[in-house]
Structure formats: structure tokens, C-alpha cells
Design a protein around this ligand. Sequence first.
Ligand code: ATP
Ligand code: MG
Length: 330
Amino acid sequence: KPVILSGIQPSGQLALGNYVGALKNWVELQHQYDCVFLVVDLHALTVKQVPAELRNRCLSFAAQYIACGIDPEASTIVLQSHVPQHAELAWVLGTMTYMGELSRMTQFKDKSARHEDNINSGLFTYPVLMAADILIYQANLVPVGADQKQHLELARDVAQRFNQRYSETFVTPEIFVPKVGARIMALQEPTKKMSKSDPNPENYIAVLDTPDVIRRKFKRAVTDSETEIRYDVEKKPGVSNLLTIHAALSNQPVEVVEASFAGKGYGDLKSEVADVVVATLEPFQKRYAEVMADKAGLEQILARGSEKARSRAWKTLSKVYKKIGLVPAA
Ligand code: ATP
Ligand code: MG
């Protein structure tokens, strides 16, 4: 089976953008592929974290993967820090990634503008660790949101650079971006993407938000001063975002959803989108409570995942060390 690798940072609260852009597609693809799904805790360190909260969030995110439909029997669920080879390969790849390439990354520019007091070198080299995450499992496909496209292109370039310099070693990964919902926008600022670590929680729907909170957030979502429900990202970003969320979760083309609102008002749109989101998330929340109630079971899943992942990762890393001229440890 071809290999899929993807991950989410345990920062903030797992949000609807992450579900639509990433998790939903993981669930849909998981049985056709050999999948490794990471909770990328080392990446989360690039912004300030409270240790006790981070620790809880790592387990909570893994539980939310399962609650949203990842089958831990079929897929490997791993905490990134449990597989030390990610960071080791990142070091090697960092020696083959140019400052100029990393300087062009828009996520670094966005995040360093938002965290001016903490523009650390980890934030800068983030895409190198991400390349290592992907390449160490020889992933063929990486299902992510549109915001990660630039990082994935860099991972492909680095893989090819290594292969050319030392002979064929890494698979060059393909990106998978969903047709609908590759970029879900913030509810209060629909020209910027929804992010789970947004300081304003009104901007995102958390997977674990209660139905009341979800309905309230949609009711307050920013639209525009017109009344017509029409999909037009340039002129009507707020309305278009609501139509996209509906379409992604009801598995319909945006045009079909748009047509179903002919003659209706923004109030109808908001309440129907809220209904679709609540209907999607409520069963996840029930399952989440069950998964979290069995901490030992969850820890066992993660232990199994990291054991499997470590041996796969070491296979690639030892090959890399040999090719670049390091002496194998006796
Ligand atoms: P943070 O603000 O902490 O960076 P984030 O919401 O951007 O949070 P990430 O952990 O960076 O989440 O990304 C996890 C996955 O979710 C990636 O595949 C990313 O492309 C996807 N994703 C993030 N935001 C969106 C969005 N608004 N729409 C679609 N996909 C998204
Ligand atoms: Mg992000």
C-alpha cells in the first residue's frame, strides 16, 4: 500500500479548519493507504506553550483523531517526540536547505509577525522538521490544507536534492488538498484562514465546542451588508466561507448548496450551517468522551504506534547516515 503521512500541532484547540482541511480526508483515505498520523508536539514548541497544558493537549488531540474516525487498528497514531529520528533527520536535511528557501515561507512571515517577542530559530526551520516527518516514512501522499502547500513543495525539493546528491533514497511526496474546504476562513475575519491557535476563539469552531457555542459563533459570523446568498470569495468572503463549510460537511458541490439557499436570507444560512456542523461534531464529542475515559487504552495505542513508527523511521535514517558518510554505531 502507498504511504500517507500527515500531522497536526497540539496548539490551541483542534478546529473545524483542521477537520475539513486534514482530518476528514485522513478518515476517507485511511483504508486505501498505509497511514501514519502524527500529533506534532515538537512543532508546537515553536510558539510558547504551558507544559501541563501541552501534555494534556497531546493526549487530547490523539483522542480527537480517534473520535473523528481514525481507526487505530488500521492507522498508526504517533506523538512526534516519541520517534527521535524525526529530529535527527531534520538536522541532516537542515544542512541541505538554504536560508533563502526558508526566508520565503509565508507561514514564518505570518507567525513571526504574530509572535514578535519570540521569533525563534525553530519557527524558521519548521519546514525542515516537517520535511523530515514526511520523508522519514517514505510517504507518497500528504493530505493537508492549502496553507501547507509551500512547505510541501520545499519537502519535495529537499528530497530531490538529496536523491541527486547521494542516489535515490527518498520518495518524492505528492500533496493532497481537498476540492472543497482546503482553506476554511476565520468566522470574524473571513479574509484570513481559520486557525486553532487564534487568540480570538470567536474566529474558529473547536471540534469540542458545545452545540450552543457553535450556534452562537455562527450567528455572530461576519458576512456583508448585502442580502443575497452567492458564492463569490472576492466580494463575499464571509458568505462564501459559510457555503464552503456546509458543502464540505454535507459532501456536496458548493454550487448545489448555493442553489439550495435561493430566496433565503443570511439568518437561514447561518442556522443551517450551524445545524450541519453540530450534526457532524456531536457524535465525535460522544466518542471523544469514551476514548478519554480509557486513558490506559489510549496510552497503549500510542505506545504501539511509536514502536512501529520508530523501526520504520530508523530504517530510513540509517540509510541516510550511511549514504552521507557517517560511521555506523557498532
Ligand atoms: P496553528 O495556528 O497552531 O498553526 P492551524 O489551525 O494552522 O493551527 P496546523 O497544526 O498548523 O493547524 O495544521 C494542521 C492541518 O490543518 C494542516 O494540514 C493544515 O493545512 C490544516 N489547516 C489548518 N488551518 C486550515 C484551514 N483554515 N482550512 C483548511 N485546512 C487547514
Ligand atoms: Mg498552522
